[in-house]
Design a protein around this ligand. Structure first.
Ligand SMILES: [Zn+2]
Length: 301
């Protein structure tokens, strides 16, 4: 308040870069493959639509993740965002249900995350994108995963990435080469160690899972991939966070990385492990979501 008054009295002082004091932005993560029921619990499509209505009713606006990263990196004055209730939105794994309306288990059409975002009545700051879909680079891995943990109907493709990335609703980010997923025959890790991203802890493995994944996703997005990474399983290897990204992030085309730390983004959030809250883990129903927002607004989370 006082600094605003001083600014008006003494003229054009440059706004301070970086997050405003007391800044707290919850970044939410959903999985479009969670659709085994038709109710909030067990269906992230229902959860997203319900949560967006709740956020709008509480006066929240959507802060696009590229803008959030610019503020955290000190490239954009946070003062323009001070006093706003803001939320970030993301989806992990990049199943086709992020973008395409497809039949669910009962045969009824399930609106995609893209469809739900497009029709939501909530303010979005800047030019978007409203949310980020973090996808897996390897087509070979996605086709195998479609059989081992998907529908087996070819619903883990990449032909939608380029048109999706061109719009303002859903940008495309990097979720690694193959998720080092435990159901795959071979993964891009030197000892073929699966099921944990913590084993990606050397330069060569990080290059494959991050830099080469970024280049492949960017190629499949016709040059429009976002420079954002989300750690598979939310596992943040200290080597990647503390050495690889600070030294090689810029060359790899990545400007920030998201984990699943279960906290709001604040001025102190590490650029290479920006925390998110995950639907079905950090909250399970509309009541818990309201309680989560209450605690964020009280500055507790
Ligand atoms: Zn994932």
């Amino acid at each position: 308040m006082l600094s605003g008054l001083m600014q008006r009295l003494f003229g054009s002082r440059q706004p301070e870069p970086g997050p405003p004091p007391g800044w707290r932005v919850p970044v939410l993560c959903y999985h479009s493959w969670t659709m085994e029921t038709t109710t909030y619990q067990g269906n992230d499509h229902v959860a997203l639509e319900t949560d967006l209505a709740c956020l709008a009713a509480r006066g929240y606006a959507v802060l696009p993740l590229p803008m959030l990263v610019e503020v955290l990196r000190g490239e954009r004055p946070g003062s323009e965002l001070a006093g706003r209730k803001l939320v970030g939105l993301s989806f992990d794994d990049g199943r086709d249900h992020d973008y395409r309306d497809l039949p669910g288990a009962d045969g009824a059409l399930v609106p995609s995350m893209h469809t739900i975002l497009s029709r939501a009545r909530i303010e979005v700051l800047g030019v978007g994108p409203m949310a980020v879909s973090f996808v897996l680079a390897s087509a070979h891995a996605r086709r195998e995963l479609d059989v081992t943990c998907g529908s087996g109907r070819g619903e883990w493709e990449d032909d939608w990435w380029a048109p999706c990335a061109e719009g303002r609703v859903l940008g495309i980010g990097n979720h690694g080469w193959d998720h080092v997923h435990d159901t795959l025959e071979t993964v891009r890790q030197r000892d073929n160690l699966k099921g944990s991203f913590f084993h990606v802890d050397t330069f060569e493995d990080a290059e494959g899972q991050i830099a080469e994944a970024q280049a492949e996703i960017d190629r499949l997005c016709a040059g429009r991939a976002l420079p954002l990474f989300a750690y598979p399983y939310g596992h943040v290897p200290p080597y990647v966070r503390d050495e690889y990204f600070p030294r090689h992030g810029a060359r790899a085309g990545v400007r920030a990385a998201f984990g699943t730390g279960g906290a709001s983004v604040s001025a102190d959030s590490p650029l290479w492990d920006i925390p998110r809250f995950v639907c079905g883990w950090h909250w399970h129903d509309p009541e818990e979501f309201m309680a989560l927002l209450d605690s964020v607004e009280r500055g507790e989370r």
